[in-house]
Design a protein around this ligand. Structure first.
Ligand SMILES: Nc1ncnc2c1ncn2[C@@H]1O[C@H](COP(=O)(O)OP(=O)(O)OP(=O)(O)O)[C@@H](O)[C@H]1O
Length: 693
């Protein structure tokens, strides 16, 4: 009986199809395997470069492209798309056998030839070719064949190579990227080719090549197994690494290092691999991130990546606050944690007693952003502290007055054995700095862009300075809290050990380009106060354009959101793969109520409340950080809500602060929109937000 395998590289495309089409694909596969003469289902394609490529009918509109064997009965489904796109894809493709791996590979032979011709016309550049340091013999040994070698030899810039991703045979592309990013041919062989030793493969026997790659071409047993392939591909992707990601995660660094990149470029995936790698070598690793919601998702992902309990036992996944609390309790015993409402009340009492003309927010922020951030220990330290971006100017007398209020606040905390999150961190940083025997050998930080300096100090003192001490993953374009830090000022130096990732694996090109437009013209500073860009940042996946909708009233907007969500569910997206982002908690609650009224199960995700299985997940834009969903609705994007008036300090008070606040609100909207894998809906009532242009 004929067997139709599914090539995993195309699983991601298949997952993006509407559920009814997916079902038809399943039916087609099953029908195909049940007939005695499989070839009867296949149609010959005209004008193709490779006549082993045939078409199979999925329904009126959709076609599959199948690689048919010259002998035998193993067929491979390579792609499913609407009729014209499927045919256009097949027309330019050629199938071959990779000489190094012995696996079947696919290339867009027409585009590669056209690029070679164009580059031939453009020759004459004096720039050193990218692969000048690699011999033909090495390229050939690594499976780079004549056509791709010819192309590679013409490259003077890695961007020219990246432009052909998806067009070149994947392994050959990965080999070239690995070599271009500084890996030696031996490292590329071990990491990308992966075979134990070179072997001679028959370049014409594609059937044998397909049989050699059972991990790439899935032969499925029945309907359930096919459906599982559709449902769980993302867990599998989490363990696949692009060579640049692999090199970044597995390299040995002489000190601290960082990986940067826009949303969805796999920074978290790299951080996970790094943590696992360091633990597998015997190190005690702290894997830390911003919120407990994110630590939970890191813990789950880590389990996907590593099954050895001994390795896992060497990795602590904790927020910095949890690390700090452990350190303080170990040395000083238990204490009471003051929540922000209570803290506010304490400041209010001090303002009343001292008849100060400052608001409690101003004093709280002065303490947090100036005193704690710069570790000012006494009045002299505070007088010398920089107050950049703090608005209101303060003379020495005013500073002395504020310092007395701060001292009173700290004394009050001490009297009742109470601490705020920040004072726990400040104390922990001091205690850990005194310890010779550090709790960790390595620290891996995800979502690094938003950590307050006091938290960086905890991390700095939790590990000794040296090789592979701190590895951080972050993106300053996603900075959504008012915590700016220059890493150098907290003793972390990453110069020369920084990698930028540019391929977005999460979001479609349509959603990405729309979201990026919101940041156009913004000057964003990185973690070392250097200007950074998203140049070259892109997605190779295509889908629908974002849907925009303006309603006249809030209720009309929420009714629209319920209709959109209903449409997604009807198209086969499960409710818990849908995320809804609102600027404020109360607005998120209103959305839950509206969805529930419309008969759609929904719940509000908060600091203490996890996602509910089978429910649409509604949360604030801040909580969306680091998460991802198949479909996302960003709601309440009106002029009155975003930028949020309370989050932007007035221009008259301080221009820098004002523009920083506005940029943060923009980034917040950008973060929320880039959580969507396949579909994005953005709505508002009244006037749209100025960020929507
Ligand atoms: N090499 C890869 N191939 C395919 N998918 C990948 C790859 N790397 C990452 N992904 C997938 O891309 C998505 C985004 O990855 P990840 O969450 O690590 O990105 P990120 O850079 O941390 O994003 P953000 O900054 O927005 O939080 C995930 O679904 C992940 O599984």
């Amino acid at each position: 009986m004929a067997k139709l395998g599914i090539h995993r590289d195309f699983l991601q495309d298949l997952v993006r199809l509407e559920r009814p089409i997916q079902q038809k694909v399943v039916e087609t596969i099953l029908k195909f395997e049940q007939t005695s003469h499989a070839g009867a289902h296949l149609e010959k394609l005209s004008n193709v470069r490779d006549d082993r490529l045939k078409s199979i009918r999925i329904d009126l509109k959709y076609r599959g492209i199948v690689l048919a064997p010259e002998t035998g009965d193993r067929y491979t489904l390579l792609r499913v798309d609407n009729h014209d796109d499927a045919y256009a894809w097949a027309r330019n493709r050629r199938i071959s056998v990779n000489a190094a791996t012995g696996h079947m590979e696919i290339r867009d032979t027409e585009t590669i030839d056209a690029t070679i011709q164009r580059l031939t016309r453009d020759t004459g550049s004096a720039v050193r070719p990218v692969f000048a340091h690699v011999s033909d013999a090495d390229l050939t040994r690594l499976g780079v064949d004549a056509q791709v070698r010819k192309f590679a030899r013409m490259l003077t810039d890695i961007g020219m190579l990246e432009a052909l991703e998806g067009r070149l045979p994947q392994v050959q592309y990965d080999v070239l990227i690995g070599l271009a990013s500084g890996m030696s041919p031996e490292e590329v062989w071990d990491d990308i080719v992966g075979s134990p030793k070179p072997e001679a493969y028959d370049p014409n026997d594609v059937d044998a090549a397909v049989r050699r790659m059972p991990d790439k071409v899935a032969l499925v047993e029945g309907a359930e197994e096919i459906i599982e392939l559709f449902d769980k591909p993302f867990a599998r992707w989490r363990i696949y690494l692009h060579p640049t990601q692999r090199e970044t995660a597995y390299r040995t660094y002489s000190g601290s290092a960082q990986v940067l990149g826009g949303p969805g470029t796999g920074k978290t995936v790299v951080a996970l691999h790094r943590a696992r790698h360091l633990a597998a070598q015997g190190g005690r690793v702290l894997l830390t991130t911003f919120t407990t919601t994110l630590t939970r998702s890191l813990t789950d992902s880590l389990r996907l990546l590593e099954s050895d309990d001994e390795v896992l036992s060497r990795i602590d996944v904790l927020t910095v606050d949890q690390v700090a609390r452990r350190a303080v309790e170990r040395r000083l015993g238990r204490f009471t944690l003051v929540q922000s409402d209570e803290e506010r009340a304490m400041w209010r009492r001090i303002i009343r007693r001292r008849e100060l003309e400052y608001s409690e927010t101003f004093l709280m922020e002065e303490w947090r952003q100036v005193v704690l951030a710069q570790d000012a220990m006494d009045l002299d330290g505070y007088l010398a502290a920089r107050r950049t971006g703090r608005g209101k100017r303060l003379g020495p007398l005013q500073r002395a007055q504020i310092w007395r209020a701060i001292t009173e606040f700290e004394q009050e905390l001490n009297k009742s054995n109470a601490r705020t999150y920040e004072t726990v961190c400040a104390t922990a940083a001091r205690l850990l700095a005194e310890e010779d025997d550090k709790p960790y050998d390595h620290v891996v930080v995800d979502e690094a862009q938003d950590l307050h300096p006091v938290r960086w100090r905890v991390l700095r003192s939790a590990v000794s300075t040296g090789q592979d001490d701190i590895f951080l993953a972050g993106d300053a374009h996603q900075r959504i809290y008012d915590n700016r830090v220059s890493l150098g000022s907290v003793g972390i130096h990453v110069a020369g050990r920084s990698t930028r990732l540019t391929i977005n694996y999460r979001t479609t090109a349509e959603i990405l380009s729309w979201s990026l437009a919101m940041l156009a013209g913004e000057k964003v500073l990185g973690l070392e106060d250097e200007p950074i860009t998203l140049a070259g940042y892109r997605s190779e996946i295509h889908g629908e354009r974002p849907r925009l909708f303006g309603a006249t009233t809030k209720n009309a907007e929420l009714a629209y959101v319920a209709t959109v969500v209903r449409g997604w569910i009807d198209a086969g997206v499960s409710a818990d793969e849908i995320g809804i982002a609102a600027r404020s908690g109360p607005h998120a609650q209103d959305a839950v109520a509206a969805l529930t009224r419309a008969g759609i199960p929904a719940s509000h995700l908060t600091r203490d409340k996890d996602a509910v299985e089978g429910h649409v997940q509604v949360m604030t834009m801040h909580r969306m950080k680091g998460l991802e969903f198949r479909c996302v609705a960003v709601i309440g994007v009106g002029a009155g809500q975003i930028p949020s008036a309370g989050a932007v300090r007035p221009l008259e008070e301080d221009a820098t602060t004002h523009w920083n606040d506005l940029q943060r609100e923009r980034c917040l909207l950008f973060v929320a929109c880039t959580r969507a894998r396949e579909r994005l809906a953005v709505s508002w009532h009244g006037e749209p937000s100025p960020f929507l242009n």
